[in-house]
Ligand binder design. Structure first.
Ligand SMILES: [Cu+2]
Length: 113
């Protein structure tokens, strides 16, 4: 019985230690490739308004990890005005965004499939 208790205690210790170690490892590995993944990852959105004169687009968007933003509806500046010719209000899109000073820019946008 004593041997069994010791074994159980050892397993409990091993299990208690395992999650912390695994979490540290995954946290580290998840952190390393983040810059590449962030630039490649596209976020989901729906076009609410396109203002070609102002060069802006209003998107109702999902989470945007690259700019640390929760889901919301907001105005983005189009990095390239030509991208505003390819989308219209009501379109479901996938897009990439970055932050330029106080403005958030859409750097890439494409129709969602
Ligand atoms: Cu936003």
């Amino acid at each position: 019985m004593k041997t069994m208790m010791t074994a159980v205690a050892a397993i409990a210790l091993a299990l208690a230690g395992a999650p912390a170690h695994a979490q540290g490892a995954s946290g580290h590995s998840a952190h390393a490739p983040a810059p590449a993944a962030a630039s490649a990852a596209l976020s989901e959105g729906e076009v609410r308004k396109v203002d070609k004169a102002a060069g802006t687009i209003t998107l109702k968007h999902g989470p945007v990890p690259s700019i640390d933003m929760p889901p919301m509806t907001m105005v983005f500046v189009a990095a390239d005005p030509a991208m505003l010719d390819r989308v219209k209000a009501g379109d479901k899109v996938r897009f990439a965004a970055d932050r330029a000073g106080n403005a958030y820019r859409v750097t890439r946008i494409e129709p969602a499939k």
